[in-house]
Design a binder for this molecule. Structure first.
Ligand SMILES: [Zn+2]
Length: 482
């Protein structure tokens, strides 16, 4: 029955654009009059389970994870859109002018054509931002391991202060490659860093869920700690934007534009005139122990640690691969869904069963669905806890490899789906859109009247869609439900 009802909902949501527009217009007249009166989406109750009660991920952590992924999504979008960063990194539009005559014998007129490679060219800013973020992460990791962690009460350690978002993003993507993170911590003797419990409660506090962009604001204490301990400005994006106002011959502006030049000329000849920028290599350990004087100088020193772009840092690639997952989560937008609680609790339940398959089918490559993958990622972010748990449950250390090619994944997905059906008698994949998820919530409630049930699902989802649109349009206050 569920799949039949889902078909009805999918079919009815095909023609909702004009209907939604009408509802939106109607909603304008019944908005909240204060922030207090507004609907709270996501529901604050989602986060009551935030404190780690066991070494298994819970709903609060998964919900915070979704909010964090939204913050990452918007950071990348803002970097790609930023004209200041176009300036800093010398990304230039080449508008072609062609001459065209309107009629057969009329005079030719100039017509400006938009640079067809503009969007592609602008992608370089993301690579450059990440390269700097990775350099910052490495300095942070060493410092945090040396002095920035306090021991928690239970197992695992707690971070003394939250890192800025660029560092958090590099760390996050690195943790999702458990084996390489483990090796890194071993090689650099970062024993404490690997024990850190991912700081979910503090991340939750730092993110503003009222904004459609889920801004992550570093608390003042963390900001001060970062500035005084690392002598770097906490907000990298802001620092780069401000660099666009510097004179072009200032050392920082020059260095940044050199870095950009290097990145666009990956096959650069070492002897070519003025192309090789003055980036001497400096090891991260040297960097971490260098006394630095002012923040710009410190960023300059940091830029010298960035390796050349012919072999991009694996830490940069981690974030780039992770961006695909971030985009997928943004499209689902479960964090704003009326059934966020249901979706996450079902996902956690399915993840539990997924782990079971690891011990039942130790030789099979198991491929997670999106919802299971979210919980799995959330689990991996507390590295040592994850390892302990997996060893207890499956007798081995389960790595997570997101570099596997698409066709291999496809085969793995089919195999996993078959195994799932055999073991649990249920479909593995399936639609997890808002309609389908609210429908699942309703069916769990055992409603008799199917027509009523479908109507209720439709009206709930419609209201949440309208709220989301209003939020994106920047309405002063959000619509209330009738
Ligand atoms: Zn659906």
């Amino acid at each position: 029955m569920a799949s039949h009802l889902a078909d009805i909902l999918h079919a009815s949501s095909q023609d909702t654009t004009t209907h939604l527009q009408k509802t939106l217009t109607k909603s304008k007249s019944k908005c909240a009059t204060s922030a207090k009166e507004e609907p709270q989406i996501p529901d604050p109750k989602l986060f009551t389970s935030l404190q780690p009660s066991s070494n298994h991920p819970n709903i609060g952590q998964c919900a915070t994870h979704l909010a964090l992924l939204e913050a990452f999504f918007h950071l990348r979008l803002n970097i790609l859109k930023s004209s200041e960063l176009d300036t800093v990194f010398n990304v230039q539009k080449v508008n072609k002018t062609i001459y065209k005559s309107k009629w057969r014998h009329s005079k030719r007129q100039p017509v400006k054509l938009r640079d067809p490679n503009w969007d592609e060219k602008r992608n370089i800013k993301w690579l450059l931002f990440l390269s700097i973020a990775v350099a910052r992460f490495q300095v942070w990791a060493i410092k945090v391991n040396a002095e920035g962690i306090v021991t928690g009460t239970g197992q695992g350690m707690e971070l003394y202060q939250l890192p800025p978002i660029d560092i958090l993003m590099v760390w996050h993507a690195f943790l999702l490659n458990p084996l390489s993170f483990k090796k890194y911590c071993k090689d650099l003797q970062l024993v404490k860093l690997r024990r850190v419990l991912f700081p979910w409660p503090r991340i939750h506090k730092a993110i503003n869920p009222r904004l459609s962009t889920f801004n992550y604001d570093l608390p003042i204490g963390a900001s001060t700690w970062f500035r005084t301990t690392l002598n770097l400005k906490p907000d990298l994006f802001d620092t780069l934007k401000k660099a666009s106002k510097l004179p072009v011959d200032s050392p920082l502006a020059k260095s940044l534009s050199n870095l950009a030049f290097c990145a666009t000329q990956t096959t650069i000849e070492p002897t070519s005139p003025d192309s090789a920028p003055a980036i001497e290599s400096l090891t991260i350990a040297e960097m971490a122990s260098t006394p630095l004087f002012d923040s710009n100088l410190s960023l300059l020193t940091l830029l010298r640690t960035i390796p050349d772009f012919s072999s991009p840092s694996p830490l940069v690639s981690n974030v780039q691969r992770q961006s695909l997952f971030v985009d997928k989560m943004h499209r689902q937008l479960w964090i704003r869904s009326p059934s966020a609680h249901g979706t996450l609790s079902r996902a956690i339940d399915r993840y539990e069963r997924f782990i079971k398959l690891f011990s039942l089918y130790p030789k099979t490559m198991l491929v997670p669905t999106l919802d299971i993958d979210l919980v799995w990622h959330t689990h991996q972010l507390s590295a040592e806890q994850y390892e302990t748990y997996m060893r207890e449950r499956t007798g081995r250390y389960i790595n997570h490899d997101d570099t596997i090619q698409k066709n291999t994944l496809g085969n793995g997905m089919d195999r996993t789906a078959n195994i799932w059906r055999v073991e649990f008698g249920e479909d593995y994949e399936g639609c997890r859109c808002w309609d389908c998820e609210v429908l699942k919530d309703e069916l769990e409630r055992d409603e008799e009247d199917v027509e009523k049930l479908v109507e209720r699902v439709k009206s709930t989802v419609e209201y949440y869609r309208v709220v989301e649109i209003a939020r994106r349009k920047g309405w002063e206050f959000l619509p209330l439900r009738e």
